[in-house]
Ligand binder design. Structure first.
Ligand SMILES: [Zn+2]
Ligand SMILES: [Zn+2]
Ligand SMILES: [Zn+2]
Length: 205
């Protein structure tokens, strides 16, 4: 039996908002916004009491859009460019361009830690620019947008078959599907219907 525990902080939240103890200081290094869709930034408002201590990272238009919505907040603003690495919490991050119409600016995230490489596609369809695909190649772990099972005609996102095919083409060692919708059947049914050949997990990001 495998048990996954979610939401394991106590009632006031861990890290506790406003607390400077070593455990809390260790737990909130920064926020990276991949694109300006509501489900990807609205929860940031919950940080309103620590807003001056949280560095945020994102592309120019994404940052402008989100901080216009969150006009009452003053996080530490770090505008970054695609293809230009930045350091955060002892790791190297690089944003790369993906394709998530109708939004004009959407990014995936490459994280390097020592010799390990993690790639998060962010929200994207399969038409990812070639330069980005080169950066994504050979990931130890690819976290890939897969909003539906195969058979849906998608414009904004990948389905699970496309996401897994992408992982295979890019020689990812492991693939995790995320942004999962209710159009999938229950997990046990889905994993039998689409045996994917990877060490597969699904998770919410
Ligand atoms: Zn604390
Ligand atoms: Zn989106
Ligand atoms: Zn999304």
């Amino acid at each position: 039996m495998k048990v996954t525990l979610l939401g394991t902080g106590d009632a006031i939240g861990t890290p506790k908002i406003g607390c400077r103890c070593p455990a809390c200081a260790d737990a909130l290094d920064g926020v990276i916004w991949t694109h300006a869709h509501y489900d990807h930034y609205a929860g940031f408002g919950d940080f309103h009491r620590v807003q001056n201590r949280v560095p945020v990272y994102g592309l120019q238009e994404t940052m402008d859009y989100i901080l216009n919505y969150l006009y009452f907040m003053r996080p530490k603003r770090n505008v970054v460019e695609t293809g230009v690495p930045f350091d955060l919490a002892g790791m190297e991050f690089t944003l790369f361009e993906v394709n998530h119409p109708p939004i004009c600016e959407a990014a995936g995230v490459l994280v390097r830690v020592g010799s390990k490489k993690l790639v998060v596609t962010g929200d994207t369809n399969l038409s990812i620019p070639e330069a980005s695909l080169e950066m994504m190649r050979g990931a130890d772990l690819l976290v890939a947008d897969a909003i539906t099972p195969p058979g849906y005609n998608l414009n904004k996102h990948m389905d699970s078959e496309e996401a897994v095919g992408l992982g295979r083409r890019l020689s990812a060692k492991e693939v995790v599907l995320t942004h999962i919708s209710h159009l999938f059947p229950p997990h046990d049914v889905a994993i039998k219907r689409w045996p994917l050949g990877f060490d597969m997990m699904t998770m919410e990001l």
